[in-house]
Design a protein around this ligand. Structure first.
Ligand code: XMP
Length: 321
């Protein structure tokens, strides 16, 4: 019988056995998975864990503050924040292929960690890298037996061959709901544990087309409005997540005030799911959709059309890339 406390106990023991008296670093993404993985490892090895938060510029509004304030105050963990925004923009410049984007983002992540590890050398040797890889990530990246590679999740298929760390992946056999229960058991606050999933490659895979600063700012503004309205309508726990996707290479004609516009569409992708392996599109109330659409087209100058994705998974995936 797998109770939550037995999962915690067993994982803490495994982590202690693996790391011994070594040191580990853990990349925090702002999401549930890396937060719970870090909290488990912290329980096992205490302050020999250092968390690294990479601001890759592909984050949503407010995410950096959430990690720097909420997670640190809940755990007291050692945190280093690295501003790598320009580095990711440079690496992604002109790249439109989804798999290539994912691989580049995964590779840059690891390079930044390796740099962080060198910077932290003064305190000792960091040989271990903690990752919040879940069971569905392993399966969908082709890690499970007899499975096809659907997408290279940045923390599985995107790792470079010459990785300099030994991986610690305490969530590798768990599904999201189990991870949330483990997080609560470890004393993490609801604001972190109940957060909706957000992909590691962030807004980089929600811009269909090449990623640049202006497109990121546009998508960030639209995404914030959608999240505000869904929260205000009390729908955060009803939906699994609601990606907002910018069709950056598509333009359509619109009219606003007296003038013609020629802007970009954004897609709302609200989904309901148990574990992200399959999903259904969420029937959001029309008045909520209307508020989101009106606000985005009024407040985000580059966007003149809001469309709704009504595809289940399968055949669609949750993210567009
Ligand atoms: P898909 O698009 O494959 O997404 O249906 C399934 C779930 O996984 C999230 N996702 C990711 N999470 N790294 C992550 O940590 C990734 O590279 C990644 N890609 C997708 C997605 O948001 C959904 O919850």
């Amino acid at each position: 019988q797998w109770t939550t406390s037995s999962i915690v106990e067993e994982q803490v023991q495994r982590i202690s056995d693996q790391i011994g008296d070594g040191r580990a670093i853990c990349g925090l993404s702002g999401g549930v998975d890396s937060a719970v993985a870090a909290a488990l490892v912290q329980r096992a090895i205490g302050d020999r864990l250092t968390c690294v938060f990479v601001d890759h510029g592909l984050l949503r509004a407010g995410e950096r503050t959430q990690v720097e304030q909420d997670f640190v105050s809940a755990t007291g963990v050692n945190l280093v924040t690295i501003d790598a925004r320009q580095r990711f923009l440079d690496a992604l410049a002109g790249v439109t292929d989804p798999e290539q984007k994912r691989k580049i983002i995964g590779r840059e992540f690891i390079r930044v960690f390796e740099q962080a590890e060198r910077d932290l050398k003064a305190q000792g040797d960091y040989k271990f890298l903690v990752q919040g890889t879940l069971y569905p990530d392993v399966v969908e990246s082709g890690g499970g037996e007899g499975t096809a590679n659907i997408k290279s999740h940045h923390n599985v298929g995107g790792l470079p061959d010459d990785l300099q760390f030994e991986l610690v992946e305490p969530l590798r056999l768990l599904f999201k709901d189990e991870v949330r229960r483990v997080g609560l058991e470890l004393g993490l606050p609801e604001t972190i544990v109940q957060r909706q999933p957000f992909p590691g490659p962030g807004l980089g895979i929600r811009i269909i087309g090449a990623v640049d600063q202006e497109r990121l700012d546009t998508l960030r503004a639209a995404d914030l409005i959608a999240r505000e309205e869904l929260t205000a309508a009390g729908l955060d726990r009803t939906i699994w997540q609601c990606p907002v996707v910018l069709l950056a290479d598509v333009r359509s004609v619109g009219v606003q005030g007296d003038g013609r516009t020629y802007g970009h569409p954004v897609v709302l992708r609200p989904v309901s799911s148990e574990d992200a392996m399959t999903a259904d599109w969420t029937r959001l109330p029309y008045d909520v959709l209307e508020r989101i659409s009106t606000r985005i087209t009024n407040e985000v100058a580059e966007v003149n059309r809001v469309v709704l994705d009504v595809t289940s998974k399968p055949p669609g995936t949750i993210e567009w890339e």
